[in-house]
Design a protein around this ligand. Structure first.
Ligand code: TEU
Ligand code: CA
Length: 535
């Protein structure tokens, strides 16, 4: 049974915003906080009651905000602290929560701490980072190349697990722990209701075993951040790098005073580490991972994070759905598979209108530091066409094109005469909010009705999950049961299918193709939810 705090968090429905690409209010082609404020009613109408903002702190934007130069001030391009105060007020006045993106593993090399640290070995910031006379191991950066960079000014190498401009903080130094505690408290005092914690597993390194993460002091550090009375009320979701159920328990068991939940990437990686290698995942594989983690969460009283998309991963609809002829059907089918499960839902901007993968025809038009790094290191034997296929599949640019609000030149993200920081989505003229709402098959309206059903029926937040379909069935049927009430959810996969159930139901409360009965022949990607009459 989930503890009361986690049951409360299980009622949050969190909308993830990539601020740079959400809405540009001042016409410079870059999304900003005032733009977000202008679109809050869209998020509220969707049925989300919380917002996760990707980093919006001072940054030189080598990694679009994940390279932070001042954790207590707002990135110039996004606005001012007054704008942030206005956004917090605007969220809270709508009964919505704010989750900020905390990046404790590294800072920008523009950060004051790093600028001081590189001056030498005898200043208070000297040991805020990892400095070595010689490269101590063969660690690689996630963005290509060595994880060690020589700094002329200091005359030593420093560690950067990501971009060269993202220097890893040395958490062995108690002063670093205190700095991060103060940053959490600073934003909590300003009204922040929780944190998404970037690469949390990396903050403890294991130089002996060669693991750049999941080190021996990891849980001590996480408890130092969130196990304190000042932080006990906060919602915290860690970006994990583990698919080990034991780690999920160690990070998130309520009595441990660490994190509320983790992003588990099992269903996103599907057993592979290289996300740039196109792989035909499937609705069946998504179902199997979801069933696995529903069981693990229930067995250990853990709050599971329900997500399929974010700012780093290819759109799920383009990975396992049919984003051309059956885009509405597959977007809504995947949504019903995921968001009526037990856990805390996360929806990434654009998912609510079934935004598919974009396409960029030249490497010169990609922006993302990871993508460009991976492209540079690609096997030289690959043709330009093969390389472009890989970067178009895995590049994070693909999910960072400006949000498509309407069919105008820049899709309503910014003025038509403005050049947005990244080109409009290749299918933005066809797939945008205005076109979706004008259609009699609106992904937005389905998401809205789905989230309303989830919020209205306690069985979907607090109820027990039971899988009804068999692993070999080419569809997914599960129930959610609370007290004397049970709901059936039926999600067909790619083929027409006759589906029978071992219990009787009312007519569907929600379905994506308007079916009148819960049993019978299902079209590809057809889905429905209905209350059981007897069970
Ligand atoms: O990503 C962590 C991470 O491991 C990345 O390598 C991510 O998994 C990869 O981009 C997927 O292809 C977090 C943030 O989500 C990401 O946007 C940042 O670039 C990264 O940390 C560094 O802060
Ligand atoms: Ca702007």
């Amino acid at each position: 049974m989930l503890c009361d705090k986690y049951r409360e968090f299980g009622k949050w429905i969190i909308y993830q915003i990539y601020p740079r690409s959400f809405m540009d209010a001042n016409g410079d082609g870059i999304g900003d906080l005032q733009g977000i404020i202008s679109r809050l009613d869209h998020i509220r109408e969707l049925g989300c009651n919380a917002v996760w903002l990707c980093p919006c702190f001072k940054s030189p934007n080598e990694d679009n905000g994940y390279d932070i130069a001042d954790y207590r001030d707002i990135m110039d391009e996004f606005g001012t602290m007054e704008d942030m105060d206005e956004l917090i007020e605007a969220l809270h006045s709508r009964g919505m929560k704010l989750i900020l993106d905390l990046v404790p593993n590294h800072t920008s090399t523009d950060h004051r701490w790093f600028r001081e640290s590189r001056k030498g070995r005898d200043n208070p910031y000297s040991d805020y980072y990892y400095w070595y006379d010689e490269i101590p191991n063969d660690w690689k950066s996630c963005f290509g190349g060595s994880a060690w960079q020589y700094d002329e000014q200091r005359g030593q190498y420093y560690l950067h697990s990501f971009a060269v401009g993202q220097a890893d903080l040395n958490w062995e130094n108690p002063a670093v722990v205190k700095e991060m505690q103060d940053i959490v408290d600073f934003w909590a005092a300003k009204g922040c209701d929780g944190f998404r914690v970037d690469v949390i597993d990396c903050i403890s390194k294991n130089f002996e075993t060669g693991e750049n993460g999941l080190g021996p002091r990891l849980h001590e550090y996480i408890r130092a951040l969130f196990g304190r009375r000042e932080a006990a009320h906060l919602f915290t979701v860690g970006e994990g790098h583990t698919n080990d159920p034991e780690d999920f328990v160690l990070h998130c068991a309520a009595e441990r005073g660490e994190l509320s939940t983790l992003f588990i990437f099992d269903h996103m990686e599907c057993g592979r580490k290289d996300k740039f290698t196109p792989k035909a995942d499937s609705l069946a594989s998504l179902r199997d991972y979801l069933v696995k983690w529903q069981g693990i969460s229930a067995d250990n009283d853990l709050l599971y994070s329900l997500f399929t998309d974010n700012h780093d991963q290819p759109q799920m609809i383009s990975r396992i759905g049919n984003d051309r002829g059956l885009r509405y059907e597959s977007a809504t089918d995947i949504a019903m598979m995921v968001y009526l499960l037990k856990g805390v839902p996360f929806i990434y901007q654009g998912q609510e209108i079934g935004m598919p993968a974009s396409y960029t025809s030249s490497i010169a038009d990609f922006d993302d530091v990871e993508c460009l790094g991976v492209y540079r290191e690609m096997d030289k034997s690959l043709s330009e066409e093969e390389k472009l296929e890989k970067v178009n599949f895995g590049s994070r640019d693909n999910v960072r094109h400006p949000m498509a609000w309407d069919g105008s030149a820049n899709n309503g993200f910014t003025g038509d005469a403005v050049k947005p920081w990244l080109a409009p989505h290749a299918r933005g003229a066809e797939v945008n909010l205005a076109a979706d709402l004008a259609s009699d098959r609106s992904v937005f309206r389905f998401y809205r009705d789905l989230l309303a059903l989830r919020s209205a029926e306690d069985a979907f937040t607090d109820g027990d999950f039971e899988v009804i379909s068999k692993p070999e069935d080419p569809y997914f049927v599960f129930t959610r049961t609370l007290g004397g009430e049970s709901w059936a959810v039926v999600c067909n996969f790619e083929e027409d299918q006759e589906i029978r159930l071992p219990f009787e139901c009312e007519s569907p409360r929600l379905s994506n193709l308007g079916r009148g009965e819960i049993e019978g022949k299902y079209m590809p990607y057809e889905c429905a939810a209905a209350k059981l009459i007897s069970f």
